[in-house]
Structure formats: structure tokens, C-alpha cells
Design a protein around this ligand. Structure first.
Ligand code: 8YV
Length: 322
């Protein structure tokens, strides 16, 4: 049987042209129009491979797709949208796109950190609202970064890249991870492992970089947010549900923390009621990996993973082995 793949993603011509001619490509540009899960399921049916960008893939969908399905390549490093356990049981390889987006996402973490510290979004609104009519000394004062403590939760590739940037800003780095990272990495980043609550307590800037799992859901909650300093800022470049958005809204409204920068939300693309009305939060629409280089590279890698598996080889970046 001729191999076929359903590509649910933006697909630049260069990448499309790299797909061997004997693989039948069924393409839907998810960046132009999202599909309903049921339509997605129908298009997946009978295919051997899938590239998935921003769609949940359940066990039911995989079973409905039929036994020919061999590989699902997620366009993203996080793969909480895919039931990997079910895929493994069904013998389906799941892949992700690590590394290629590390620097872009860490940059975004720092962009939000700086924006929150220096109230960039408020300042932008101030000018657009026509309020900049004279220079004022005591205007939109923010927080200094140099010499402050950054607390990183999740010290994988992206967390480490955030720590590297923090060193450049002369910050003290503390972090929490399920287990401490290699001592050589700790040494080069001058990073100190602390228990989770201590990271919440110590950080002037708390940056969330953990994958979403049942253990990390609501890592930021009413209890842990209450541990934070009133001058602290929370930055989320991980997944929305890592923070209890309603508890965060309370903390921001009551000024028990100073500010937040959020690239991800609990019910994306919906925001919790009231979030957008809070002045001391900077909001961006899940663009952490949003650079030409990262997003193009992610699609390239995802397509390559599918092609390699369909050609009888191994995927470069599997998350569940084979
Ligand atoms: C998205 C991301 O996947 O890599 C991740 O885990 O969250 C992002 O890069 C991207 O927006 C594609 O949908």
C-alpha cells in the first residue's frame, strides 16, 4: 500500500517539496482555518502518518484512524495534546520538536519578564490613550532586574536557556525540577536547586517552564501564590493549566504579587473572566516559539519524523520510543 500522511499544519513549499513523491500528502493548513476534532478524525482515517499542530489527539481518534497509523508528529515540544500512553499501546510513534524552539521560547520568557518588570504594556497603552502630554518624573516606575533572584520551575532545555539569560542580567538563579540537573550544568548556570515552595518564596521573578502533567497542573495555586513576595512577578511560558488562572487573578488584583507575564492560558484561546482588565499583567497569544526560524524548523522536523518512520527508519525525536 502506498504510504499516506495527513498534515494538519502550516506547510511551507520547501518542506512540502522535501516529502518523497511516493508518500500521498493530504494537507490542511491549520494556520488558515482550524478543523473540528471530528473532521480531523475523519481526515486521519486510513493514514499512516500525521503531522499535528494545535489539535488534541485522543485514543478514540487513533483507534478510529485504523491500524495503519504508525506515527504522529506534534509540531511543538510539549505534547500534552496527545494521549501518548494510548499511542504506545497501539504501537504508534509520537514525536515532538525539541531544541529548535528553545532559544525563541527562552527569549519570550525574558521578554515577558522585562515587560512585566518595566510595565511595557501599560506604558504603551498610556501613550496610545493620549496621556503622554508632558514628561513626568514619577511615571510607571518598575522593578530592577540586576541583582534580583529568578526562580525557574522546570529546568529542562528551555529553563536552562532562561537561566543563561538571567546570568547575563546579573541575576541570582534558583530553580526547582523533579530532580536537580547535572552538577556541571548547575555550576555553569550558577543555579541552586530549592524545594518548590522555597522557589515561590525566594523568587523576585518566577518563570514557569515545566511540561504540563497531572503533577504540574496548578503548580501556581492559591497556596503557592500566597508564598510569593508582594514585589514578585510570575511569568508563564509553559502551559496555561500550570497556573490556576482564577487564583492568579486574585493575587494580581489584591497586589499580593506585583505583576505577571502570560503567554499561555488555562482555556486557550479564552481568557478567564477579568484577566484582560487587570493592568499589571502582560498578555501574549501563545507565541513563545513564534519566530520564523523556530516555527519553520518545527514543521521541518515534524515532517521529517513522519517521512523517516514511513520509510521504515526511526524518528529523530520520538517521545515514546518504538
Ligand atoms: C506550540 C508550544 O506548539 O512547542 C510547544 O510546546 O507550545 C508551541 O510551540 C506552537 O504554538 C504550535 O502550535
Amino acid at each position: 500500500m502506498q504510504p499516506s500522511a495527513f498534515i494538519y499544519s502550516w506547510l511551507p513549499e520547501t518542506v512540502r517539496d522535501s516529502i518523497p513523491a511516493d508518500i500521498i500528502v493530504d494537507h490542511h493548513d491549520s494556520s488558515e482555518a482550524a478543523m473540528s476534532p471530528s473532521d480531523f478524525g475523519r481526515r486521519l482515517s486510513g493514514k499512516q502518518g500525521a503531522v499535528v499542530n494545535g489539535m488534541g489527539v485522543s485514543r478514540q481518534m487513533m483507534e478510529a484512524a485504523g491500524p495503519s497509523l504508525k506515527v504522529i508528529a506534534n509540531v511543538g515540544v510539549g505534547y500534552d495534546n496527545i494521549d501518548v500512553g494510548a499511542a504506545s499501546k497501539l504501537g504508534i510513534v509520537v514525536t515532538n520538536t525539541p531544541d529548535i524552539l528553545t532559544e525563541a521560547t527562552a527569549d519570550m520568557g525574558f521578554a515577558l519578564l522585562l515587560a512585566s518588570a518595566r510595565r511595557i504594556a501599560e506604558a504603551d497603552r498610556y501613550i496610545r490613550d493620549g496621556l503622554y502630554t508632558k514628561n513626568q518624573f514619577k511615571l510607571l516606575w518598575g522593578a530592577e532586574i540586576s541583582g534580583r533572584t529568578i526562580g525557574i520551575i522546570g529546568m529542562g532545555r528551555i529553563g536552562q536557556a532562561v537561566a543563561q539569560r538571567a546570568r547575563g542580567f546579573n541575576m541570582r538563579v534558583v530553580y526547582n525540577n523533579r530532580k536537580p540537573v547535572d552538577p556541571a550544568i548547575e555550576h555553569s548556570l550558577q543555579a541552586t536547586w530549592l524545594p518548590l515552595d522555597d522557589v515561590f518564596r525566594t523568587a523576585d521573578f518566577l518563570v514557569l517552564c515545566v511540561p504540563l502533567s497531572s503533577e504540574t497542573r496548578h503548580t501556581g495555586n492559591a497556596r503557592t501564590l500566597a508564598l510569593m513576595k508582594p514585589k514578585a512577578h510570575l511569568i508563564n511560558i509553559a502551559r496555561g493549566p500550570v497556573v490556576d488562572e482564577l487564583a492568579l487573578i486574585d493575587a494580581l488584583r489584591n497586589r499580593t504579587i506585583a505583576g505577571a507575564g502570560l503567554d499561555v492560558f488555562e482555556q486557550e484561546p479564552k481568557l478567564a473572566q477579568g484577566l484582560a482588565d487587570i493592568p499589571n499583567v502582560v498578555l501574549t497569544p501563545h507565541i513563545g516559539s513564534g519566530t520564523v526560524e523556530a516555527r519553520t524548523g518545527m514543521v521541518e522536523l515534524a515532517v521529517r519524523n513522519v517521512v523517516d518512520v514511513l520509510k521504515g527508519g526511526s524518528a529523530t525525536t520520538p517521545v515514546n520510543g518504538r
